[in-house]
Design a protein around this ligand. Sequence first.
Ligand SMILES: [Fe+2]
Length: 335
Amino acid sequence: MSEYKEPLLDVAHLGRLELLTPKLDQSLWYFRDLLGMEVVATEGDSVYMRAYGDYAHSTFKLTAASQPGPGRISWRCMSPQALERRVKAIEAAGLGIGWQDGDIGRGRFYEFRDPDGHHMDLYFEEQKYRAPDALRSTLKNLPQRYTARGANVRRIDHLALCAQDVAANREFAMDLLGFRVREQVLYNHGQTEIGSWMSLGQIHHEMAYVLDVKGAHGRMHHMSFWIDNREDVLRAADILAENNIFIEAGPSKHNNSQAFYLYSYEPGGNRIEIYSGSFIVTAPDFETVTWNEEERGTGVYWGGALPESFLNYCTPNVDTPVAAENANVPVFDPV
Ligand SMILES: [Fe+2]
């Protein structure tokens, strides 16, 4: 049995993802009309949205920008005291940016960057969603009615970020934020860490770091929304195909996470996953599952092969070729 380390429980869960898009109107159509999310506020060049099962006022923010890619990634802390502790630790690590007064739906937050440069924040004060009459569910414990519009995703689930140094960013997430690593992929007889999947709670993974094969910084491979079952993933594929959305991979099943997936590009160019069926982790002493190249393969348990774009395309896109040191990394699926 590996050494059990007292868990750091200061950070609760993924709170909100901001996605940058050069085509705000078309991206809004994709998320509102095809994925079935609700618009809760608009401010400047940003649209605040939510999925019907999310308890918070808004969990997704679309912001107009010159290029697609990740915006600010928000993590909710367990308490005001936990927030202060994490801020002190991040400041001591030299990764802090500073406090901001607040944002729509939440109180003050502390901005920082991970070692690869992704923009993140920590916060505690959160406005609960109160549905207007037209969106009130007849089910008392559901924050918002199931509208049955489009794929009707239930909640934000996770994001996969690219990093030049996966191990350094994984260690940052573990040591400073309290992430626990569920699964990882080590190539070249364990010498090269090309992916780590980690979580703050029982969800299989809320964030993954995967190798940026082009050697860039601050990029995103995909973000993911949860849907309740595999049949709904197939239905989502029909909805996207009927609307001429590019489906890059799936529906198929991953080996690590065991999830059923569907990847498409929203009109702004970001890769979006619709996802169901991954396992949860209840053991506090769960032992990280480590895959080598033979065991891992391309990451597909069953289903169609992954296209080359799956490894090479991330947002924002860069025109540089795959870095020479990564030329022998096979196409793998970042889940
Ligand atoms: Fe994923």
